[in-house]
Design a protein around this ligand. Structure first.
Ligand SMILES: Cc1ncc(COP(=O)(O)O)c(C=O)c1O
Length: 582
C-alpha cells in the first residue's frame, strides 16, 4: 500500500469505524458462535501473494464481526467499561503513525516527556498527594504508564520485595537472599483482584489473603492481627495491596485504617484502584482514598473508565528510586548522555519497548477537559443509581452491593441456581450481556454501566429485559411446583432432559403447556407434530387442568406476547411418565 492508497483506505476506515459506532446497537451484543467458528472460514496457510484491500475488508464484516463481543454496545453491561472515544482512537492512530519506541528519553524524547507531564496532570486531577508527582520540588515521586493493572501490582510487589530484601540484608549480611525471601509475606483481601495472587506467585513470596468485613472492606484490625501472628511465626510483612473498587462489587478497603498499620510495619502499601480510581477526578469521591498518604504506589486504568482505549494503566510511586532499584539493568547499548538528567521509563517496568501511549491520554484530557470527564463519570454513577432504584422497587429482587460507582450487583430473592438460570437465559438471548459474581457466597448478577453515552432509556430497557426473563423463569418454576411432581423426580428428570438435550423454542411453550396441562382432544395429532419437530424426543402427555394452572398459563401467555417471539432462547421442560394422564 502506498501513501496514495493509504489516504483513501484510511478515510474509508474512519468511515467504517464511525458507522460501526453509530450502528453497533443494531448488532447482537454477544456473538452467536461456537469455539473454533473461525477455523473453517480462514485459509489454513497465510497468502503467498498480497490480497486486494476490498477482499480483506469483506472478510471483516463476514468473518471477523460475527465473532466480536461488542463492548461498546449500549446493551453491554459486563465486567467494567472498555474505555473508548474518538479522540483516543485518533491519538492512538497518530502514535501508530509515528511508530516510535520510547524506552529511554533518548529513544524518543517526547514519549518520555509527554508521559511525565500527562501523568502529573492526571495525578493532580485524581487528588494524589504531591509526593506522587514528578514535578514536585524536591520530590522523588512520579507517574508511569503500564499495560495493565496486573502489571502495576506486579511491579509494585517486585519493588517492595527488593526494598525489604535490601533492608534485611543490611541487618543480616551473611544470610543468603533466598533465605530472606522465604521470610517475606504480603497481604490483600479476599476481594482483591486475582492479579495480586499471581504477582505473589511470580515473585515467589507468601501472600496471606484476609477476610474483609460484612461490607467487603478490608479493615485495619484484621490486617494488624494477621501481621502480629505472622511475625510471631518468624515471617516478615513486606507488602500490602489495598483495593479501592473491587472487581466483584466495587467495595472499598478501609485505607484510612490500613495505611498507618502498613507503614508502621514497614510495608510497601500499594493501592489498586483500577476502575474506581478514575472517579477520583470528581472531588466528591476523593474521600474514598483517605489514607493514601501512607501508600507507596497507586494505580488506576483510564482504559477502563476514562474514555481512553486499551492499553493505558497509570501508576504513580512516592519514591521512583525505590521502584527502579528492582528493575535497573544498564547495558552499554541503552545508555545515553542524558541518563542522569532524564527519566528512562525502561527502568520503571518489565518490557523494554514502550508505545507512545501518552498521546491518546493527552488527546482525551484536552478534548474533553476535566469537566467533560467529570460529567462522564457522574453520569455513569447517576445511571447506576437509577438502575438500583428499579431493582429496589421490585420486591422479587434485592441489591447486593453498596452502589457508589457505575456497578450494581443484584439478584432474584431465591437460590443461586435460580439466579444462574436467569443470567444464562438473558445472556443466551443476546439482548443484554452481564456477568456474575459472588457476594457472601451468593450468586449475584453484575450490572455495569459501560456505554460511553449511556442513557436513561438504556437502563430502562435493560430492566425490562431482566424483569421479562425473571417473570418467565418464576412462572416456569411455579408451573413445576404446581405440577405436583416431587422435587426429587424433577431433579432426576432435569438431568435426563439435559442429557438428551431436550430443548424447546420459547415460541413452543404455549403449545407445550396446552399439552401438559389441558386435555387436548386431538392428542394423536399433537404427538405427530411433536415427532416431526423433535424426532426421537419425548412427547409430553396432557395432564388434568386445574384453575391455578390455567391462571398461570394465561399469565405466561401475556408475558410471551409482550416478548414478540423474536428470540432464540429455549426452555427446558420436564416430562415424567409417572405424572402423565393418559
Ligand atoms: C481492581 C482490579 N484490579 C486489577 C484488575 C486487572 O486489570 P488488568 O486487566 O488491567 O490487568 C482489575 C480488572 O478488572 C480490577 O478490577
Amino acid at each position: 500500500m502506498d501513501c496514495k492508497e493509504f489516504r483513501q483506505r484510511g478515510k474509508e476506515m474512519v468511515d467504517y469505524i464511525a458507522e460501526y459506532m453509530e450502528t453497533v446497537g443494531e448488532r447482537r451484543v454477544t456473538p452467536g458462535v461456537e469455539p473454533g467458528y473461525l477455523r473453517d472460514m480462514i485459509p489454513k496457510e497465510a497468502p503467498a501473494q498480497g490480497e486486494k484491500w476490498e477482499e480483506i475488508m469483506q472478510d471483516v464484516e463476514g468473518k471477523i464481526m460475527p465473532g466480536v463481543t461488542h463492548w461498546q454496545h449500549p446493551r453491554f453491561h459486563a465486567y467494567f467499561p472498555s474505555g473508548n472515544s474518538f479522540p483516543s482512537i485518533l491519538g492512538d492512530m497518530l502514535s501508530d503513525g509515528i511508530g516510535c519506541i520510547g524506552f529511554s528519553w533518548a529513544a524518543s524524547p517526547v514519549c518520555t516527556e509527554l508521559e511525565t507531564i500527562v501523568l502529573d496532570w492526571l495525578g493532580k486531577m485524581i487528588g494524589l498527594p504531591a509526593d506522587f508527582l514528578s514535578f514536585t520540588e524536591g520530590g522523588k515521586g512520579g507517574g508511569v504508564m503500564q499495560s495493565s493493572a496486573s502489571e502495576c501490582v506486579l511491579v509494585s510487589l517486585l519493588a517492595a520485595r527488593a526494598q525489604k530484601v535490601k533492608e534485611l540484608k543490611a541487618i543480616h549480611p551473611f544470610v543468603d537472599e533466598g533465605v530472606l525471601l522465604s521470610k517475606l509475606i504480603g497481604y490483600c483481601s479476599k476481594e482483591a483482584h486475582s492479579c495480586v495472587e499471581k504477582a505473589a506467585m511470580i515473585a515467589f513470596v507468601k501472600l496471606r489473603i484476609l477476610d474483609p468485613d460484612e461490607n467487603l472492606s478490608l479493615r485495619g484490625a484484621t490486617l494488624a492481627q494477621a501481621m502480629e501472628e505472622d511475625r510471631a511465626m518468624g515471617l516478615v510483612p513486606f507488602f500490602v495491596s489495598a483495593t479501592l473498587g473491587t472487581t466483584s462489587c466495587v467495595s472499598f478497603d478501609n485505607l484510612a485504617e490500613i495505611g498507618p498499620i502498613a507503614s508502621e510495619a514497614g510495608c510497601w502499601l500499594h493501592v489498586d484502584a483500577a476502575y474506581a480510581g478514575n472517579s477520583f477526578i470528581c472531588p466528591e469521591f476523593q474521600y474514598l482514598m483517605k489514607g493514601i498518604d501512607h501508600a507507596m504506589s497507586f494505580n488506576c486504568n483510564p482504559n477502563k473508565w476514562l474514555l481512553t482505549n486499551f492499553d493505558c494503566s497509570t501508576m504513580w510511586v512516592r519514591d521512583r528510586f525505590k521502584l527502579t532499584q528492582a528493575m535497573v539493568v544498564d547495558p552499554l547499548y541503552l545508555q545515553h548522555s542524558y541518563s542522569d538528567k532524564a527519566i528512562d521509563y525502561r527502568h520503571w517496568g518489565i518490557p523494554l519497548s514502550r508505545r507512545f501511549r501518552a498521546l491518546k491520554l493527552w488527546f482525551v484530557i484536552r478534548n474533553y477537559g476535566v469537566e467533560g470527564l467529570q460529567r462522564y463519570i457522574r453520569e455513569h454513577c447517576r445511571l447506576a443509581k437509577r438502575f438500583e432504584a428499579l431493582v429496589l422497587g421490585d420486591e422479587r429482587f434485592e441489591v447486593s452491593n453498596i452502589v457508589r460507582m457505575g456497578l450494581v450487583c443484584f439478584r432474584l430473592k431465591g437460590t443461586n441456581d435460580l439466579n444462574r438460570t436467569l443470567l444464562s437465559n438473558i445472556n443466551a438471548s443476546g439482548k443484554l450481556h452481564m456477568v456474575p459474581s459472588a457476594i457472601h457466597g451468593k450468586y449475584v448478577i453484575r450490572f455495569c454501566v459501560c456505554a460511553q453515552d449511556a442513557q436513561d432509556s438504556d437502563i430502562d430497557y435493560a430492566w425490562d429485559v431482566i424483569t421479562d426473563y425473571a417473570a418467565e423463569l418464576l412462572e416456569a418454576e411455579m408451573v413445576k411446583e404446581k405440577s405436583g411432581i416431587p422435587e426429587s423426580v424433577l431433579e432426576s428428570s432435569n438431568q435426563e432432559v439435559g442429557q438428551i438435550q431436550h430443548k424447546l423454542e420459547m415460541s413452543e411453550l404455549l403449545e407445550l403447556m396446552e399439552r401438559v396441562i389441558i386435555p387436548i382432544p386431538k392428542h394423536a395429532e399433537a404427538e405427530e407434530r411433536h415427532e416431526e419437530k423433535h424426532p426421537g424426543q419425548l412427547a409430553i402427555q396432557p395432564a388434568t387442568p386445574t384453575p391455578v394452572v390455567h391462571k398461570i398459563k394465561q399469565k405466561v401467555s401475556k408475558q410471551l406476547s409482550k416478548r414478540q417471539f423474536s428470540f432464540t432462547d429455549t426452555i427446558e421442560f420436564v416430562p415424567k411418565e409417572e405424572t402423565t394422564n393418559p
